[in-house]
Design a protein around this ligand. Structure first.
Ligand code: ADP
Ligand code: MG
Length: 361
């Protein structure tokens, strides 16, 4: 896909659109570290992400620019955290951070390039995954999470735009801006204002500040359903509405289903007003096989301590017994274009402009 970002607007590039490593005070890096910007693929809270090409090897990379403008105290802590964390991780389902680069006073993280993110792919409704492909994507996501959790890392922002997929059908978890190391034995006190609302587990919505890797498993359950239905399942507008939306599908929590619920800080404040039964199976059986439903249900267990772990999930009958076996979605190379959340947003804006016609506000 071609870019509508002109090189002139790009920071840290010369006229030819080449990013040149800063010359001093470090000795000049070897010439193979020359990247030219191809297009912009991401626009995030912490900076822009570009697709770039190594001028010598021709290999594509993603450059994530670290925003320094807002920082009064030098290099941003959040970026430093993300870098340190990523440097300690090496797994086929975690995006590879190749190196860091400085160019014209800008700091970039240099990542392996991934053709799409899940939000981008799922927005392409003309494209469909087979059941075997969907199983592979679930399996790869869970393998990435199992590795992270084994390393003592909670991701805390699992959602479609942070899950990358390349044309070989490989899935990798990305965006470790909110991730934290956790102590396996001693559970720490964290903020509950993490994880994008639609993927946030109910215990965080009820104010829990002591939690562990099971918060990622809820998000993984949301992603699993979204893979099948192509739409985020729990689309709340604010914290309270988010709980309502979850209850409408999974039913209101009882102390049997969720023994710890009454202990949570905001339980009295946001107590469900009516009793709603669990509609989960009825709603999703038209999309999913029985074993897939079983797994999704265990990922979306209200009681955090009972929620299935990533390692256990990989051993679920959905993967080990039920047909078809997982197959990498290599067909993705037939999907025209490269789809990230940003391109999807642009495409939507373009369509909207078209239908509204010229001259309209
Ligand atoms: P943010 O903190 O801004 O959300 P992300 O790391 O999630 O930062 O990057 C923003 C977007 O850029 C992602 O949603 C994805 O579409 C794109 N992106 C990030 N990393 C890569 C990569 N390695 N390859 C291709 N696209 C990427
Ligand atoms: Mg992100």
């Amino acid at each position: 896909m071609t870019s509508d970002v002109s090189n002139e607007n790009l920071p840290g590039t010369d006229r030819a659109g080449q990013i040149t490593p800063s010359p001093l005070p470090l000795p000049p890096p070897p010439p193979q570290e020359l990247y030219s910007i191809v297009s912009q693929v991401g626009e995030g809270t912490f900076g822009k992400v570009y697709k770039a090409r190594n001028a010598v090897t021709g290999v594509h990379v993603a450059l994530k620019r670290i925003r320094m403008e807002a920082e009064r105290d030098g290099f941003p802590v959040t970026a430093m955290r993300e870098i340190k964390l990523l440097q300690s991780l090496r797994h086929e389902n975690i995006v590879r951070l190749y190196e860091m680069m400085v160019s014209n006073g800008n700091v970039y993280m240099v990542f392996e390039y991934m053709d799409h993110d899940l939000t981008g792919i799922l927005s392409q409704t003309q494209f469909s995954f087979t059941d075997a492909n969907l199983k592979s994507l679930c399996q790869q996501m869970l393998a990435g999470l199992a590795y992270l959790h084994h390393k003592g890392v909670i991701h805390r922002d699992i959602k479609g735009s942070n899950i990358l997929v390349n044309n070989r059908g490989e899935l990798k978890l990305a965006d470790f801006g909110l991730a934290r190391f956790y102590q396996k034995r001693r559970r720490s006190d964290y903020t509950n204002r993490v994880i994008t609302l639609w993927y946030r587990p109910p215990e965080l919505l009820y104010g829990a500040t002591v939690y562990g890797p099971e918060v990622d498993m809820w998000s993984a359950g949301c992603i699993m359903l979204e893979l099948f239905t192509k739409k985020p399942v729990f689309q709340g507008n604010d914290e309270i509405h988010q709980l309502d939306v979850i209850f409408k599908i999974l039913g209101t929590p009882t102390t049997e289903r969720w023994p710890g619920v009454t202990e949570l800080p905001w339980f009295e404040l946001v107590k469900p007003k009516e009793v709603i039964p669990n509609h989960f199976r009825g709603l999703f059986q038209k999309w999913m096989s029985p074993a897939a439903l079983d797994l999704a249900e265990q990922l979306l267990d209200y009681e955090p301590s009972r929620r299935i772990s990533a390692v256990q999930a990989l051993d679920a009958p959905y993967f080990t017994q039920e047909d078809p076996p997982a197959v990498l979605p290599t067909d993705l190379s037939s999907l025209e274009g490269e789809w990230h959340e940003l391109e999807t947003k642009r495409e939507r804006a373009k369509k909207k402009r078209k239908t509204e016609g010229p001259g309209q506000a």
